[in-house]
Structure formats: structure tokens, C-alpha cells
Design a protein around this ligand. Structure first.
Ligand code: COA
Length: 361
């Protein structure tokens, strides 16, 4: 792992702020990457004492139901305008991938402004989320509730406990959740019943997630009451237009209720991803495929995995493996032919990988 001195770190941060935020601060929005108390870090390339290219890294353990997947998150990739087109970001990205692989990450993930840049470097869209757009007319069709209010600092422990109930989430400590909730530009609401906070929701996050509720927890009805409250508050601020709600594909009951009130929805991809560890991903696939599956790693020029079941075997490239485990928009069109050719049920695929809004970098 390459560690920067405090000065190099602040020079890298200054470059990110210049390139990505037009000079405005970025660190308060991503405490897990930029606050030394937390595990994230910055990678940088220097020339003559100047940082010319930089990115942030954060290793996270994603919980997908009963399974855990270690993922390396990459964010704030940037090159100084005067140093572009010389392969600096490409080289830094390769270094980031190597370091994350060495730290046991099965895959890397990022949220790209320019998907093409990453696609040309072996990245592809992965995972799914269901996004709803609620128009002002939907507000009155959402349930109301008493006990709705803005979150206070001493709600952070309760919010963390509610977050931790999700079957799909990232392992994060109460201190990490507290730091994330303190980020600027976010409206966090809670629903309190008697003495207990029973639901919460977060809208906006710095420059990201404008008009978007990106993290929430609690019962379906309570979450919908929180959505309504966000909409009422937006209206009171004079903001027109839609409010967006991001949900994991597993939140079927909530989806049904939102469709029931006529909200528009679309199925999106979660992020861009790249496989980093063939063996780790192969082991995950073998585990999910059940006791009838056998798996072998074929080395050589085109490294691949051979998956064998009672009906035969198939050879899978790293991209195939990623597409089986975490297909874009949850589509099974890569999974079903493999199930047919191997005779394996593969009913546990795809894995429900999901990042809530405060987990992204
Ligand atoms: C996107 C960005 C990070 C690219 O930085 P960069 O250092 O110029 O990137 P690279 O030089 O590696 O690649 C850029 C181009 O230079 C070309 N290039 C020139 N010499 C090269 C070399 N020796 N090796 C690799 N690529 C080279 C590449 O072909 C590439 O073109 P392509 O995208 O069509 O493949 C930079 O433009 C930037 O900071 N943009 C603003 C911030 C941003 O959008 N960040 C991404 C959001 S997370």
C-alpha cells in the first residue's frame, strides 16, 4: 500500500477540489476517504513536487444476504488539465486496482462521470437499483405520519442501528455512520414513535444526489411517510419538479406500493465494476452454485475459470464471472445459459450487491 505524507495528501486533495469541484471543498462530503480517523486513502502521481493525478480509495465489505464480498471503491479520479492525455489517469487506475487486489478485494467499483473512459479500461456496468421519480401530484397519495422531524446529532446511533438491519449493505462502524451523516448538503429526517427512532431517510449529499433520497431504513409505510415529508419540505422551499428515490432491487414491497400510487420507475445499474481477483470470485461462484459444482482456474494466455456441473462444463472469462455474480440490472441472460450447459440450478445468482447513498465515494 502506498502511503502519502500529509503534505502530498493535501496537494492531492487540492487537485481534486480544483478539477472536480471548481475549487470548492470535497473532503467534508467523503470523510471515510479524507479524514485520517477512517480507513480510506488517496493515491497520487507527482511530477517535480506537484500532484498531477490523484484518486481516492476505500476498501469495504459488502453484505449480500448471508455472504460478504470485499470491494475496493475508487473515487474522485482526476488529472490536472495541463497534464491530460499522457496516460496518467490510466496508470493511476491500474495502480489502484493492483493495490485493492493485494488488499483482498474481489472487485473494484466506481461511479463514473465518463463511463467510456472506464469501459475502455476493462470496466463494465454492474449491479442494479430501482429508481423512482415522484411528481408533486404523488405527494398526497403517500401516507402521512406524526413524529416526523429533522435528525439531530444524538439520533446517529439509532440511525446506524436501523441501517445495520438491511440485508444488503456495507459493513460500517457507528463512528463511520456518524461522520457520514454530518456531511454538508444533506437533509436527514427521522420518524420517532414514542421514544424510538423507527425510520430515517437522507436526501442530497454535497454536490451529489440532488433532489434524491439515496439512503433510508424502516418499515415501508414509515419510509413512504418520510418521502412525503421530504416532498413537503421541498415544496415549502419553493422547489418544483420531481423527487427521486433510490432503492435496492430486493425492496419488492416498497416497489409495489410506489407503483400503486402511479410513480414512474426505471431499473438502473448500481455502478461500474471490474473483477480484481479471479480466485476469490471463482470461490464465490462455486459456493453459490452448490455442492454439485466444481471449479478450476485455467491459467495461460487467456485466464479463465472452468465451471463444471452434472450436465457439462463452461469456460468463463473474468468479465463473464462478473456478469454472472453481479449482472447489470440483475439480468439473468448470462446466467441461464450457464445453468443449462452445466446442469447447475444457479438459483442463488445474481448476488444482491447494493450500496446505499452514504456508502458511495
Ligand atoms: C478523465 C481524466 C481523469 C483522464 O485523465 P488523463 O490523465 O488525461 O487520462 P489518460 O491520459 O490516462 O487517458 C486519456 C486519453 O489519453 C490518451 N493517452 C495518451 N497517451 C497515453 C498513454 N501513454 N497511455 C494511456 N493513454 C494515453 C488515451 O488514449 C486516453 O484517451 P481515451 O480516453 O480515448 O482512451 C481527466 O480528463 C479528468 O481529470 N477529468 C475531469 C474529472 C473526471 O471527469 N473524473 C472522472 C470522474 S470519477
Amino acid at each position: 500500500m502506498s502511503l502519502l505524507s500529509r503534505e502530498q495528501r493535501s496537494r492531492a486533495l487540492a487537485l481534486m477540489e480544483r478539477v472536480i469541484r471548481d475549487g470548492a471543498s470535497i473532503a467534508p462530503e467523503y470523510p471515510l476517504c479524507f479524514d485520517e480517523r477512517f480507513p480510506g486513502r488517496v493515491l497520487a502521481t507527482e511530477e517535480a513536487g506537484r500532484v498531477v493525478s490523484a484518486c481516492a480509495l476505500l476498501v469495504r465489505d459488502f453484505t449480500c444476504g448471508s455472504r460478504s464480498v470485499r470491494v475496493g471503491l475508487i473515487g474522485s479520479v482526476c488529472t490536472a488539465p495541463e497534464a491530460r492525455g499522457r496516460g496518467l489517469a490510466s496508470a493511476l487506475l491500474r495502480r489502484a486496482e493492483e493495490e485493492l487486489a493485494a488488499e483482498g478485494c474481489v472487485l473494484a467499483m466506481l461511479w463514473a462521470d465518463d463511463a467510456r473512459f472506464y469501459e475502455e479500461r476493462g470496466w463494465s456496468p454492474l449491479g442494479s437499483e430501482i429508481d423512482f421519480a415522484l411528481e408533486p401530484a404523488h405527494e398526497a397519495r403517500l401516507p402521512g405520519s406524526s413524529g416526523l422531524r429533522a435528525a439531530a446529532p444524538d439520533d446517529r446511533g439509532a440511525i446506524h442501528r436501523l441501517y445495520s438491519l438491511h440485508r444488503e449493505r456495507v459493513e460500517r462502524s457507528p463512528q463511520e455512520t456518524a461522520a457520514l451523516l454530518a456531511a454538508p448538503g444533506m437533509e436527514t429526517l427521522v420518524l420517532q414513535r414514542e421514544r424510538d427512532v423507527v425510520a430515517y431517510s437522507c436526501l442530497g449529499r454535497g454536490k451529489d444526489f440532488a433532489r434524491t433520497i439515496h439512503e433510508w431504513a424502516g418499515s415501508e409505510r414509515d419510509v413512504l411517510a418520510l418521502v412525503r415529508e421530504h416532498m413537503q419540505r421541498a415544496r415549502a422551499r419553493g422547489e418544483g419538479g420531481a423527487t427521486f428515490l433510490i432503492t435496492p432491487s430486493t425492496a419488492k414491497g416498497l416497489h409495489a406500493r410506489l407503483r400503486g400510487i402511479g410513480a414512474n420507475w426505471s431499473e438502473g445499474v448500481l455502478a461500474m465494476g471490474k473483477l480484481l481477483a479471479l480466485e476469490g470470485a471463482g470461490a464465490l461462484l462455486a459456493d453459490l452454485a452448490g455442492p454439485q459444482a466444481a471449479l478450476a482456474i485455467d491459467g495461460g494466455s487467456s485466464v479463465a475459470v472452468r465451471l463444471t456441473g452434472p450436465g457439462g462444463s463452461v469456460e468463463l472469462s473474468p468479465e463473464d464471472l462478473l456478469g454472472l455474480l453481479f449482472p447489470a440490472r440483475g439480468r439473468r441472460h448470462g446466467i441461464d445459459p450457464v445453468a443449462r450447459d452445466t446442469g447447475l440450478a444457479l438459483g442463488e445468482l445474481p448476488l444482491a450487491l447494493f450500496a446505499w447513498g452514504l456508502d458511495s465515494i
